[in-house]
Design a protein around this ligand. Structure first.
Ligand SMILES: [Mn+2]
Length: 293
């Protein structure tokens, strides 16, 4: 509120708070210090935190992920480019619900899944819906396009030799992390763009696609992952695809150090917003209604 009690026009604050005027450690703890959706008449983008980790199979703590990512996102300061929405978890189980919602609007989406793990196993501890089995449930419901979906960054031991063929039978193609050494970032981008083409695209980013040196704060770390620079370069290379939604999951702050992981996740989430803005499906942002001053 201004001094005279009038609410300030939102165009003064529709982007991130100016860090040259209000220090980054001050003010509301929204993602990138953006306005609350309740302060925008028709938000074209929503950052939704899902503090849930009941689907984890090893180290818990992802329920604290959204709050930690919001805290780390105070560092972000580039121009805001509103489009659709980004979901922040939470463990990877939340992608299942998100894919159901997107299916209702778009039908089967092209799913590009960045992860160390396939996440298409059948059950964990007798549970069918977990962070390691949700993509099999999604496949059973035909929530993604089996001719346009893929995993990127897969590595580490599997349970059985047949895991990969069973996964492929669901419609996934895979870029193993070790292939980065052969085809490079440009090769990864080319393969993703060729597979997705102009279909509605949903990006799901498990932060454990990064090497534990770049993302120690996660539930099921695997050596030999991407650097944060490689991941950002690949994400940049997806500009112009028909992105309709995204999530960033599996940040477990109790295992993080110096915000390495939460800063990586916040930055990737911010890049997602940029990609959404450049997507042909981008929704024009609504007129701002009011702000808090
Ligand atoms: Mn995962």
């Amino acid at each position: 509120m201004s001094d005279d009690g009038e609410r300030a026009p939102l165009d003064r604050v529709v982007g991130p708070v100016d860090a040259t005027k209000i220090p980054r450690y001050a003010g509301l703890g929204t993602f990138a210090r953006l306005p609350l959706t309740s302060d925008v008449e028709k938000p074209a983008v929503a950052i939704l935190g899902v503090p849930f980790d009941a689907g984890t199979s090893y180290r818990p703590g992802a329920r604290f992920g959204p709050a930690a990512i919001r805290q780390a996102s105070r560092m972000l300061r580039t121009a805001y480019d509103p489009a659709l929405d980004v979901t922040i978890g939470g463990d990877h189980t939340i992608t299942y619900g998100s894919l159901r919602a997107y299916h209702r609007r778009y039908g089967p989406v092209a799913l590009v899944h960045f992860d160390a793990h396939l996440d298409t196993w059948d059950t964990y501890f007798g549970a069918r819906i977990t962070h390691g089995s949700m993509l099999r449930r999604a496949a059973e419901e035909h929530l993604f396009d089996e001719n346009a979906s893929m995993h990127v960054g897969i590595r580490g031991p599997l349970y059985d030799r047949s895991d990969l063929s069973s996964d492929a039978s669901l419609g996934f193609r895979t870029i193993h992390c070790r292939e980065l050494d052969e085809i490079g970032v440009a090769g990864v981008i080319d393969r993703i763009r060729a597979r997705v083409a102009d279909r509605p695209l949903y990006l799901s980013i498990d932060i454990d696609v990064l090497d534990p040196a770049h993302a120690p704060g996660t539930g099921t770390p695997e050596l030999g992952g991407m650097t944060s620079r490689e991941l950002l370069a690949i994400v940049h290379g997806l500009s112009g695809l028909n992105l309709v939604g995204a999530d960033v999951v599996e940040v477990s702050p109790p295992f993080d150090h110096a915000e390495i992981t939460s800063l990586a996740a916040a930055t990737v989430a911010y890049k997602m917003i940029g990609l959404l803005g450049l997507s042909r499906s981008a929704v024009k942002p609504g007129k701002p209604s009011a702000s808090r001053a």
